[in-house]
Design a protein around this ligand. Structure first.
Ligand code: CA
Length: 401
């Protein structure tokens, strides 16, 4: 191996994720995470080893690189994987190609044109249905027939490390008839994964579940910040608006579908049977451990494999009406909760609407997220010796202004 990779690193030789970084003397550009380092792809290109235009690597985002198509980008990944393991390769003896992650700044990996948020975990939808509506009929009649989703706000997606500000808005106090205005008292995280669209479609075209993976470049960790008190007052009849669009945070490295291949698993049985355009073949879920910490206390362990609706079904549904998608579009899973109480992917569920406060290591408790708290999500797949991780999305909450 050309570079030392610590044991249990998320960024093992099996991963090779893409991101956008800069340092004091290197402008924004495409890099690959390996162990505790970043491989500078612009510098690798200067060795004359690639036959695509270097300009796509000198960008503020990965969109143009992704636009080269999977034939090219998958090949770049495989070549780098080979060269890193070959002590006589073109990368050998060139320490200037590698930068310590601790000395680089990470940026938004893609320019997100459109952001869609699904609601695809049956455990989460059931829990929220019980709390907000009716314990006896927690799931609405359409839920098992449609991968329910809504159009979110792309402008407020930020990368890990960037703090967010507590939102203000309208809420309705218990038993009141008039709303009040002020900082949200129920700021929450939502543990999600987001996939990045890797190929454009034209208006009028649809993507089948069979083709869907050709349109998915890779995945990131996704914290879909939510203000529960604002949500409760505003969401009928048109769904989420200001309770959701003030911020979403993502991890900086896009882990490709190629890298996640070892972690494929079957999804849950879907009963009743779905309509033909949502039927799929093969294993479309992924076994990715997920966890959430508030400051240094881990409060949730979940898994991406719990998703009722998979990404292929989400994309097929999204485009079945002819809605077009573009490279860089972000599609988030919806909160990923499991069956166990410690696998719930939001404070709303973990503390059950404030009735069961969550204890932190420092002796304090939380019903929701306080000013000054840092929420960190981590995720990785592990199969035998193969580990492929996402690093983290870590975000500090600042007081309302
Ligand atoms: Ca969400």
């Amino acid at each position: 191996m050309i570079i030392n990779i610590p044991e249990n690193s998320d960024f093992s030789i099996h991963n090779i994720p893409f991101g956008i970084f800069s340092t004091q003397d290197r402008s924004k550009r495409v890099g690959i995470a390996i162990g505790e380092h970043i491989l500078d792809l612009v510098a690798v290109h200067e060795l004359g080893v690639f036959d695509f235009d270097a300009a796509v690597l000198h960008r503020n985002d990965l969109n143009d690189f992704i636009g080269l198509g999977k034939t090219v980008t998958s090949n770049v990944r495989t070549k780098i994987q080979g060269w890193l393991q070959d002590d006589d390769s073109v990368l050998a003896g060139k320490p200037e190609l590698f930068i310590k992650q601790s000395e680089a700044q990470m940026h938004m990996p893609v320019c997100v044109g459109d952001y869609t948020d699904f609601y695809s975990s049956i455990e989460h939808a059931t829990n929220v249905g019980k709390m907000f509506r009716d314990p006896e009929n927690a799931l609405l009649p359409n839920w098992k027939h449609i991968p329910v989703g809504y159009h979110g706000r792309a402008s407020s997606i930020v990368v890990s490390g960037e703090p967010i500000t507590r939102p203000k808005g309208q809420t309705i106090p218990k038993d009141a008839t008039q709303p009040i205005f002020g900082p949200s008292q129920r700021l929450d995280f939502e543990l999600e994964m987001g996939f990045v669209v890797g190929k454009n479609t034209k208006m009028g075209e649809s993507v089948s579940t069979k083709e869907a993976e050709n349109y998915i470049f890779g995945l990131v960790l996704f914290n879909d910040w939510s203000a529960r008190d604002i949500q409760k007052w505003e969401y009928v009849p048109l769904g989420p608006f200001l309770a959701k669009n003030f911020a979403s945070s993502i991890s900086p490295w896009i882990v490709t579908l190629d890298a996640l291949e070892p972690f494929r698993v079957a999804g849950p049985a879907q009963e009743p049977k779905v309509l033909p355009y949502l039927e799929y073949e093969g294993e479309k879920n992924y076994d990715i451990h997920l966890e959430v910490a508030i400051n240094d206390s881990t409060v949730c362990h979940s898994n991406f494999r719990y998703m009722y609706w998979n990404m292929a079904q989400q994309l097929a549904h999204h485009t079945v009406n002819g809605c077009n998608v573009h490279i860089g579009d972000m599609m988030a899973s919806g909160t990923i909760s499991g069956k166990d109480e410690n696998s719930y992917g939001s404070m709303l569920e973990l503390a059950w609407m404030g009735t069961k406060p969550v204890q932190l290591k420092d002796g304090t408790e939380r019903k929701f997220i306080n000013d000054g708290d840092t929420v960190t999500m981590r995720g990785y797949g592990q199969k035998g010796d193969i580990r492929v991780g996402f690093g983290e999305v870590s975000t500090k909450v600042l007081p309302a202004t």
